[in-house]
Design a protein around this ligand. Structure first.
Ligand SMILES: NC(=O)c1ccc[n+]([C@@H]2O[C@H](COP(=O)([O-])OP(=O)(O)OC[C@H]3O[C@@H](n4cnc5c(N)ncnc54)[C@H](O)[C@@H]3O)[C@@H](O)[C@H]2O)c1
Length: 369
């Protein structure tokens, strides 16, 4: 076994680029040895771009490659479960992008298959590794803010880059499913992974009715076992680039962090330049270009942790169970929006095809209460 963990990436676009660059940033722990993507030309050009030795059109072919020890799934949400089951069967560790999958049954099957196969199922929630947010958590854990009673996380941008996100049959939901999964995981992690007592969510499609059946505005409130509150705000209607922030409140203090703007360079350019920040449509006039974007999100640190987990050097802080907690909250949030009331957990309706159905057809949620 090589000292470096051999990673095979499934997918070759947005998040695949991020993972390849993040792995390259931590060369002592891991390397990308292969990529699989259904459009052969895309897999090949991705491999060339990132200096990856092998490329495949089918992830199942890649799973037969002995150099691949761990896969990183950067394919659309609806494919996460099947790809994980295939990987478990082939004896490969799995790093799965958010959200873990589309249904709770899939989450159970993924966790079960990986456990039985003796491989790791790691849930790629990079906010657990974002340096600014880690610093906030260290201070909170030291007691800097006393007893925490409110933790807020918001992720907002102008809307996804690929069509499949807007098609709820492929994504499972809208902004809440796409971005809220980060905030739900964040609040849960920040408050010590305690039980969530209830979920309330207000969802609407304010701007993109012509483009999606999904929610493009979402406000979700989580009530934790010890009485603390988590608040998650998501939008697909905020032009000007990605907005990712937290606010932490306790009886002895508070902290605020803006992941990207706080690190950015307030910049004015009459002619524009190459790139400012994810989802910014222009670089002319006043902009806030970020530096070390992947590092500020925590992606390289996340992948290093996962590689070290594969070598038994660290214990996973984000695994399939974490992804399932988020999935259950997503179910409850969509059901809450459909029924217009708070949903108590546990909430595990069976046979739901995708979380957003619980909003659109509240009768599905009612039978599970
Ligand atoms: N952690 C984060 O912050 C973050 C950011 C972006 C995306 N994501 C997640 O990553 C996943 C991918 O999102 P993206 O933005 O890269 O989407 P994308 O549309 O940019 O890329 C999707 C990729 O999947 C490939 N694909 C489609 N069908 C496939 C199949 N059968 N087998 C293998 N590959 C297949 C496509 O060819 C494409 O390369 C999603 O689940 C998304 O939610 C996470």
């Amino acid at each position: 076994m090589s000292a470096k963990v051999g990673i095979g990436i499934v997918g070759s676009r947005f998040q695949a680029d991020c993972i390849a660059a993040s792995v390259r940033a931590m060369p002592e722990e891991m390397e990308v040895v292969a990529v699989a993507s259904p459009t052969r030309g895309n897999a090949e050009s991705f491999a060339k771009r990132h200096g990856i030795p092998k490329f495949y059109a089918d992830h199942r072919e890649m799973l037969r490659d002995p150099a691949v020890e761990m896969i990183s799934i950067t394919a659309p949400n609806r494919l996460h479960a099947q790809i994980t089951l295939d990987a478990a069967k082939a004896g490969k560790h799995v790093v799965c992008e958010k959200p873990l999958c589309v249904t709770l049954e899939e989450a159970d099957a993924m966790i079960d298959a990986c456990r039985k196969a003796g491989v790791l199922l790691l849930y790629a929630e990079e906010l657990f590794f974002a340096p600014k947010y880690v610093k906030a958590k260290q201070m909170a854990d030291e007691g800097a803010f006393g007893r925490l009673h409110l933790v807020k996380q918001g992720e907002k941008h102008s809307g996804p880059h690929s069509d499949w996100f807007w098609d709820v049959d492929q994504s499972g939901g809208g902004a809440l499913m796409d971005l809220g999964c980060h905030g739900i995981a964040f609040c849960w992690w920040f408050l010590g992974k305690q039980k969530i007592r209830s979920v309330y969510s207000q969802l609407s499609t304010q701007v993109n009715q012509a483009r999606t059946k999904g929610d493009d505005e979402a406000i979700t409130i989580l009530e934790f076992e010890n009485g603390a509150i988590g608040m998650v705000e998501n939008s697909w209607n905020r032009p000007g680039g990605m907005d990712d922030t937290i606010e932490i409140f306790g009886d002895k203090g508070q902290t605020y962090a803006d992941m990207l703007m706080g690190n950015a360079l307030p910049t004015y350019s009459e002619v524009g330049f190459g790139y400012a920040v994810e989802k910014a449509s222009s670089t002319k006039g006043w902009t806030y270009p970020v530096f070390e974007e992947h590092w500020n999100y925590g992606f390289p640190q996340e992948m290093r942790h996962f590689a070290r987990c594969a070598r038994g050097k660290e214990t996973p802080i984000s695994d399939g169970e974490a992804g399932r907690v988020v999935m259950e909250v997503l179910y409850a949030a969509y059901a809450s929006a459909g029924l217009g009331k708070k949903i108590s957990l546990p909430f595990r309706p069976k046979g739901i095809a995708k979380p957003i159905d619980l909003w659109k057809k509240p009768e599905l949620a009612k039978v599970a209460l």
